[in-house]
Design a protein around this ligand. Structure first.
Ligand code: PMV
Length: 313
């Protein structure tokens, strides 16, 4: 029986998380070393329209209708079938394999959605434009995040670095010169919905101060874009450190993340910050090639569960 497979990468936010939810820009890049994969196989002997989902990473094996109506996997399958004009799907099994850690700011939810959307479209002999793929993934992100900015589904669908602003046309980012980042997983799961919700409550109580912090983050994002496009990425380190200070002021860092960031800087990183929702999840560090191994070692010794090296190009 043929299998229809699609993959989607992880992503990291380089600059601008949280402020992006409030209409400021953010820069995000794909991480091709980590991928979610969906494999759809027809099950001709199964009852008419039966869809079985198998996702070992979250220990899930269930029929579609056994999942709650708001389950992200059920939503993505149903929305995709609807978009493809299929009243029901020919009986099949959808298997999900992913190397992207869950709830750590790497966009695993959006990557799984994008992989499923494309694999299901292929199964039905169709393909969907990127805008539609991204729009469906965005609908599902709402279940994960509450009020997502849309940056995850966009960068993961396009597989390209983007300068992203809510409600505006996507601006792909030209990388003037490749640069190297370490992504260190703190091992602390931190659902993005929680930190996004906390920031929203704090903003509601103190809109002026929070708007001012978002504006300062926006300035950093605009400067970072210019450095990346001009091909002088080594100057990004200082901007990362300043963005991290502002994330601390938003109260989305944590002692563990600050500890990893300090270790990276002491070991020679040019700059470091949390990436994504914060509290837990990942920190990213900008490194020169010569210092990458020492910084990675220091992060591991300091308790990072995993350290991934990625080149932004
Ligand atoms: O935790 P992540 O990587 O999914 O990123 C969340 C980024 C936020 O700006 C905090 C939220 C959003 O929807 O953009």
């Amino acid at each position: 029986m043929p299998a229809f497979t699609a993959q989607a990468p992880a992503k990291i936010i380089l600059f601008g998380e949280h402020a992006v939810v409030y209409g400021r820009p953010a820069i995000a890049v794909p991480v091709m070393a980590l991928q979610a994969r969906a494999i759809v196989r027809a099950e001709p002997r199964a009852p008419h329209g039966q869809v079985r989902l198998i996702a070992p990473a979250i220990r899930l094996e269930a029929l579609l209708e056994e999942l709650g109506a708001d389950h992200p996997l059920r939503r993505v399958v149903e929305l995709t079938a609807q978009e493809l004009g299929a009243a029901y799907l020919p009986a099949c099994q959808i298997q999900i394999q992913s190397t992207i850690p869950v709830a750590s700011g790497l966009g695993s939810g959006a990557a799984v959605s994008v992989a499923i959307i494309r694999a299901l479209a292929a199964y039905l002999g169709k393909s969907l434009p990127d805008t539609t793929v991204s729009a469906i993934a965005y609908e599902v992100e709402k279940i994960h995040h509450g009020t997502p900015s849309g940056v995850d589904n966009t960068v993961i669908t396009l597989r390209k670095a983007v300068f992203f602003m809510r409600g505006q046309a996507i601006q792909p980012l030209r990388i003037g010169r490749p640069f190297t980042l370490l992504i260190a997983d703190s091992g602390i799961p931190s659902p993005t919905a929680a930190t996004v919700g906390d920031v929203r409550r704090a903003w509601e109580q103190n809109p002026q101060d929070y708007e001012a912090l978002f504006d300062q983050i926006a300035d950093i994002v605009v400067q970072a874009r210019s450095l990346i496009e001009k091909g002088v990425p080594h100057f990004l380190g200082d901007l990362m450190n300043r963005n991290q200070e502002l994330l601390r002021a938003l109260n989305v860092s944590s002692p563990q993340l600050d500890h990893l960031i300090n270790l990276a800087l002491q070991a020679g990183a040019l700059g470091a910050k949390l990436s994504g929702g914060g509290r837990g999840g990942n920190v990213i560090a900008l490194v020169s090639e010569g210092d990458a191994a020492a910084v990675a070692r220091s992060l591991k010794e300091g308790g990072a569960r995993e350290v991934i090296l990625t080149t932004v190009e």
